[in-house]
Design a protein around this ligand. Structure first.
Ligand code: CA
Length: 324
């Protein structure tokens, strides 16, 4: 069912992109999202904080034994130690593409504690004019890139909200600029599980509006870090905005994926980093959004879209290798 549904969605997306430049994409996003709610329109501000977010060196943020006691500073990362986990799910809400559950080992990596924010993204486009709203190449977005920005100015009051309307290409370019990269799908799920074994969510098996931003409780994205982090200190791994991953989406990837550092669609991470501008195949998204029902924000839930797609529910966060 999931495969049929998603293939149909891709066909429809491709058709619309051909007909009207993909202007309607956010109105037909995943059925898991629980509705076609469009985000409220935002006012624009004339001046914003363009200060670069502080970059915390990996060496200074390796203590992951305790979760942060205060909201993280923008730019913070935490160490996700190497280890094995059971990837996928067979719980009652699991889709077929989450099976079989299989053992995966991932190397250690650093991960952004929160989704990339508007303020962080602005620092990127201020230094990289070719990725500004008026300059980005058409092939790198689906027609709504930075749709809620006024030129290079993000919506008023949204500095610490997750940036949205960013394509996979834009997320890849941002990550390279930040000396980071997007997570693999396996890294993302391993980190989201937060040392828990076999649980549905980053904190356990039940969910309430106090745990995360998911449908229909808030109706729009919230400031990053508003909800409690998981045991690694990662915020909003369930809900708020979907997060682009490196991998090419394959329905049956789990049936034959490598058991160490799996990656779909490329021989190496470096290959994707070096060739991402020529990538055409669908990319994985994880974590669900403010527009996803509870089953869509489970740690094992998988979604995918063309890398051009921009939407009010799609954002990202980055990771960095421990040893470059
Ligand atoms: Ca998220």
């Amino acid at each position: 069912m999931k495969k049929i549904k998603t293939l149909l969605i891709l066909v429809v997306v491709a058709f619309v992109m051909a007909v009207d430049g993909c202007r309607r994409t956010s109105e037909m996003l995943p059925g898991k999202g629980g509705g076609d709610t469009m985000p409220p329109s935002e006012g624009q501000q004339s001046s914003v904080d363009t200060t670069m977010p502080p970059v915390v060196s990996p060496e200074s943020s390796v203590d992951t034994t305790m979760p942060p006691v205060a909201p993280p500073t923008r730019g913070d990362m935490v160490l996700i130690p190497a280890g094995e986990f059971q990837m996928g799910s067979i719980d009652a809400d699991a889709d077929d593409d989450e099976k079989p559950v299989h053992t995966v080992y991932v190397d250690a990596f650093y991960m952004d504690v929160h989704e990339v924010t508007y303020a962080e993204y602005k620092a990127f486009i201020d230094e990289n004019s070719q990725w500004q709203k008026g300059n980005i190449q058409a092939k790198f977005h689906g027609g709504q890139y930075l749709n809620d920005w006024n030129g290079n100015t993000y919506p008023i009051g949204k500095a610490n909200y997750p940036v949205v309307y960013v394509s996979w290409y834009a997320a890849m370019e941002y990550a390279a600029w930040a000396n980071k990269r997007l997570p693999t799908e396996a890294e993302w799920e391993y980190a989201a599980r937060g040392r828990l074994k076999g649980k549905k969510y980053p904190w356990g098996n039940t969910i309430s509006p106090q745990n995360a931003n998911y449908y229909p409780h808030v109706g729009e994205a919230t400031e990053v870090g508003r909800y409690a982090p998981n045991d690694y200190g990662l915020y909003d791994m369930a809900g708020n905005v979907w997060e682009w991953c490196l991998d090419e989406w394959r329905f049956d990837f789990y049936a034959d994926s490598p058991d160490r550092n799996p990656l779909s669609g490329a021989p190496t991470i470096k290959w994707i980093q070096d060739n991402f501008q020529s990538v055409k195949s669908a990319r994985v998204l994880r974590g669900g959004s403010w527009n996803s029902q509870a089953d869509g924000v489970r740690v094992a839930s998988r979604e995918f879209y063309t890398p051009m797609l921009t939407s009010s529910i799609f954002g990202f966060r980055c990771v960095r290798a421990v040893t470059p």
